[in-house]
Write a protein that binds this ligand. Structure first.
Ligand SMILES: [Zn+2]
Length: 166
């Protein structure tokens, strides 16, 4: 019978949802901003200045699937341009700075802010991609380190047993 064979066809395979909860957008970006793994918050994100580690050393989350690309420098230019541009206008209009001060202060401040913000902003972009399941982060997540320990330690049978013995 043709109708019965239709019911025997297996449904298409559905991806099994991970039991490990994904870090929310803002906390994941904040963890990335302080250069920590957006999943567990313990492992370091960068091996060198802007070189992202292949995987988190604490939880094993694969980090090499990120595609931060040109967004971090673009955002840094946007942020630093607004800060330094505002300060140049405010200070140069209000004070009569010697030329050598202007010639060293503004390029130095620009360079310092740009280099200082590149790593945190790249970390935040990776945290955003992780939270939004973009690129290499759509796969299932590894368990967080210490998750099993808290589950074992949170049982309230041990104190009761201890009281009974005394
Ligand atoms: Zn981690």
């Amino acid at each position: 019978m043709p109708l019965e064979t239709k019911h025997e066809i297996d449904p298409p395979p559905v991806a099994v949802p991970s039991t490990v909860e994904r870090t929310k957008l803002i906390p994941a970006m904040a963890l990335g901003f302080v250069c920590r793994c957006p999943h567990c918050g313990e492992g370091r994100l960068f091996g060198r200045f802007l070189k992202v580690r292949p995987a988190c050393e604490a939880c094993g989350l694969s980090l090499d699937g990120h595609r931060a690309d040109d967004l971090p420098p673009y955002l840094v230019i946007f942020i630093v341009g607004h800060i330094v541009g505002y300060l140049i206008l405010k200070i140069e209009m209000g004070y009569d700075l010697p030329l050598w001060v202007s010639a060293t202060l503004w390029p130095g401040l620009t360079l310092g802010l740009a280099l200082g913000l590149l790593q945190p902003v790249k970390g935040a972009v990776i945290g955003l991609q992780y939270a939004m399941r973009m690129h290499g982060f759509e796969t299932s997540l590894p368990p967080r380190p210490g998750a099993e320990e808290t589950r074992v330690g949170s049982g309230d049978t041990a104190p009761a047993a201890g009281i009974g013995r005394v």
